[in-house]
Ligand binder design. Structure first.
Ligand code: SF4
Length: 311
């Protein structure tokens, strides 16, 4: 059987269950349900996630069968569900509502159902459709903003500019979803980290999402960013530059959001509710920066480990 929360096979296989291959760290305890396969865009220069998949919308009866299968293994008491893959809101609104209706019928104690979504899809979808989906029981959307710089969004081939990000996320908020935005620290490189930080803060201020989640860029072989890095046209910022970038970002934010560094790629576990915790968050970054400036071994550890475990 499978572990329906982690997508891992345990002992005997229930081969027909279709697991999403990725989930946000915050969905570690959620039941995983695949509504589509792959990414309909699949061109972001930093992203290795769905490169081997052809995008497909799954058939509603197959999705319902997976929901029923999960019920037979884990019982009816699931509280949270994550829907994959990268942009399942591209499926027909009626079909999405049918899936959500079945999901809530089989697991009546659900308190949170989340999905990845692209800002372009949220901009294209009507507010009426988004509201229907929210009322059918999808509660939170995880959206990749990555950066608020229009120039950088174009360079990394995000397939959505600043206006699309603001409009798409604004529609999601207006429809009633919790909005969780991902920011990619380091994507401006050494050359453009200040532009990345300040422009990202401006877009976040405009959207005022419920959650801001940061991850640090790790160039992955096979991606264009990795190629740019190897060729020397992109210089990956070191730990001190990433932390300075994060400092400028946080300092420039005027949002009412929860800020989380809930990814293993990050150098410092900077978390807090904004604006209340801003001073503490900045002071934590200053502490790490000061130590980096005085302790070469510590800096080398960070370079090697890519995340901070010592503090
Ligand atoms: S970052 Fe998201 S939208 Fe871009 S290719 Fe990867 S999965 Fe698709």
């Amino acid at each position: 059987m499978f572990n329906f929360r982690f997508g891992r096979r345990l002992a005997t296989a229930e081969e027909s269950y279709d697991f999403p291959p990725f989930r946000p760290p915050s969905e570690a305890d959620s039941l995983l349900l695949r509504v589509s396969r792959g990414c309909p865009w699949n061109r972001c220069a930093f992203c290795p996630m769905y490169k081997g998949f052809k995008f497909e919308k799954r058939q509603v009866p197959d999705i319902k069968r997976d929901i029923d299968t999960a019920r037979t293994y884990i019982g009816g008491n699931a509280e949270t569900v994550f829907i994959g893959d990268s942009d399942s809101l591209v499926i027909n609104t009626g079909q999405m509502c049918e899936v959500l209706g079945h999901l809530h019928g089989v697991f009546p104690s659900l308190t949170r159902v989340t999905s990845y979504a692209r800002a372009l899809t949220l901009k294209r979808k009507s507010l009426k459709s988004l509201k229907k989906i929210m009322e059918a029981g999808l509660t939170r959307l995880h959206i990749g903003l990555e950066t608020g710089s229009g120039r950088l969004l174009e360079r990394i081939r995000k397939g959505a500019g600043v206006d699309t990000m603001i409009l798409g996320c604004g529609n999601a908020r207006e429809a009633g979803f919790e909005v969780s935005l991902y920011v990619l620290l380091g994507i401006g490189g050494e050359a453009d980290w200040q532009e990345h930080a300040s422009e990202t803060a401006k877009v976040l201020n405009e959207i005022d999402p419920d959650f801001i989640r940061v991850r640090t860029l790790v160039p992955v072989p096979g991606t264009p960013v990795f190629q740019w890095w190897k060729e020397g046209s992109f210089e990956m910022p070191g730990p001190d530059a990433i932390l300075r970038e994060q400092r400028v970002l946080i300092e420039s934010l005027s949002v009412t959001s929860q800020y989380l560094s809930d990814h293993v790629s990050n150098y410092a576990p900077v978390h807090g509710n904004l604006p209340a915790d801003k001073t503490n968050m900045l002071s934590m970054i200053d502490t790490v920066l000061e130590r980096i400036s005085k302790d070469e071994e510590f800096k080398a550890d960070l370079e090697n480990m890519r995340y901070l475990r010592r503090l």
